[in-house]
Write a protein that binds this ligand. Structure first.
Ligand SMILES: [Ca+2]
Ligand SMILES: [Ca+2]
Length: 452
């Protein structure tokens, strides 16, 4: 996730608009960083070879660009996107998941398509991330020992090499396998190292925290199945999310909360009832709302665990509104940004994996720009008393019609409550709006009284 200072708890949206972005050949259920979509605070989404950029900022429509190639061909992985649109990734010479050559795509203007690529021939990069300051953590294998040194870097100008700002810490893993590493806004590095086959699975290992003050905390020893874990994200309040393996090998969605004493307390996410299978938390926002995947049914489902009720599981599929891509089944949520936009993977009717963007909806916000104002009233007026195809037609109740109920939803959130705006909307859209002349003024007035 990206974002600035820790904020008071913000409840997740009750509904999200689905934007299908692209079909991918990724595994729809793969929770590891190599195959997941990431989103920045602008609403740009990176995955595979492409970068999707919304217009306007945080909008629900956008365009994809292919990131330019650099150097030798190989398997390309994109690990994260900074708030200004820089993309960090790697080229692998083969399918070995251990080592890669780092690649950094830098846009010439913030959030434009990156055209400048920097690359290094230093082998040993694994999954990495940006924080909101634009710094990134770069784990590099020390070839003589196999240990992996995690250092913090700051990108340079377009095309220029980044500069190292400090070393965070070293994991003495013998074969250099780091499964995942992330950098918090406070400079904390959270990393997961695959220690040995005694952990039983290549996607779990030792979980370590390198704090900016130089101290190191081991959250999971990772020497056996019941002691191994996976840390996937850390927020501005130093809340860490991921998963652990229990004594039977099941993967349990987990968070680690930093107490006032500085110790981390491990807590299960979701209900404590026995799980049929497993789950992972993949990302967390600054309110502590975590997203991920839960396999309590026979098929993976994209879920959220809210910061204030981590023991209950919210199925995101139940909160979706579509303007296209109807029928998509969300299988995993991969990231969440500071606005609450969520990226994920879904299965479409043809059985393909689809990258999707979920944007929080607020009643009355027909054009989904996070404001309820005259522009939305115009949409509603233009469609009043007509069949509606989606939320974007101002059908906020989802009954396929735009009518008085939708107007009430809009009025409840209207920015000024100015009934005079309706006369202006009528003037702009003379026909169906005139049917409602007597209704809008009471509706907006009612909303004003409720707010007092
Ligand atoms: Ca709006
Ligand atoms: Ca309606």
């Amino acid at each position: 996730m990206t974002g600035s200072a820790a904020a008071a708890f913000a409840a997740p949206a009750s509904r999200y608009l689905v934007t299908p972005i692209a079909v991918t050949d990724a595994d729809a259920l793969q929770p590891l960083s190599q195959d997941i979509a990431r989103i920045n605070s602008f609403g740009q989404v990176v995955m595979g070879r492409s970068l999707w950029t919304p217009s306007p900022r945080n909008g629900v429509f956008g365009a994809s660009a292919t990131l330019p190639a650099y150097g030798a061909s190989g398997l390309l992985r994109r690990f994260d996107i900074a708030d200004d649109g820089k993309v960090f990734g790697a080229t692998y010479a083969n399918l070995n998941p251990i080592d890669g050559y780092p690649r950094l795509w830098v846009p010439t203007a913030p959030n434009s398509a990156p055209t400048q690529v920097w690359g290094s021939s230093t082998l040993g990069l694994v999954a990495t991330s940006f924080n909101s300051s634009g710094e990134f953590v770069w784990p590099v294998r020390v070839l003589s020992s196999g240990a992996v040194q995690h250092s913090i870097w700051r990108p340079g100008a377009p095309g220029a090499a980044p500069t190292q700002t400090r070393v965070a810490g070293t994991v003495p893993v013998s074969d250099g396998r780091i499964l995942h590493a992330r950098l918090s806004n406070a400079g904390t590095v959270v990393t997961t190292a695959y220690l040995s086959s005694s952990q039983g699975s290549m996607d779990f290992g030792q979980v370590k925290v390198f704090r900016a003050d130089g101290s190191t905390v081991t959250l999971r020893e990772g020497t056996s199945v019941p002691t191994s874990g996976l840390a996937m994200d850390v927020n501005a309040g130093e809340l860490i999310v991921g998963a652990v393996r229990d004594g039977t090998g099941k993967r349990i969605p987990t968070r680690w909360v930093r107490s006032s004493s500085g110790a981390y307390v491990e807590q299960q996410l979701g209900p404590a009832t026995p799980r049929s299978s497993f789950g992972y938390a993949t990302a967390v926002d600054n309110s502590g709302n975590a997203v991920g995947v839960d396999f309590d049914n026979s098929f993976g489902s994209a879920v959220m665990w809210t910061g204030d009720q981590p023991n209950s599981t919210v199925l995101l599929q139940d909160r979706l509104e579509f303007h296209s891509g109807r029928g998509l089944a969300l299988t995993i949520a991969t990231d969440i940004n500071s606005l609450g936009q969520i990226t994920g993977l879904a299965r479409n009717a043809a059985g393909q994996t689809q990258i999707v963007l979920l944007t929080p909806l607020r009643d009355g916000d027909a054009n989904v720009d996070q404001r309820v104002n005259f522009d939305d009233l115009l949409v509603l007026a233009a469609n009043y008393n007509r069949p509606a195809d989606s939320w974007l037609d101002a059908d906020f109740t989802g009954d396929g019609l735009v009518n008085f109920d939708d107007l009430l939803s809009l009025a409840a959130n209207y920015n000024t409550g100015a009934a005079g705006d309706w006369a202006m909307a009528q003037a702009a859209i003379p026909e169906p709006a005139s049917l409602l002349a007597g209704a809008v003024v009471p509706a907006l007035s009612l909303a004003r009284r409720r707010r007092r």
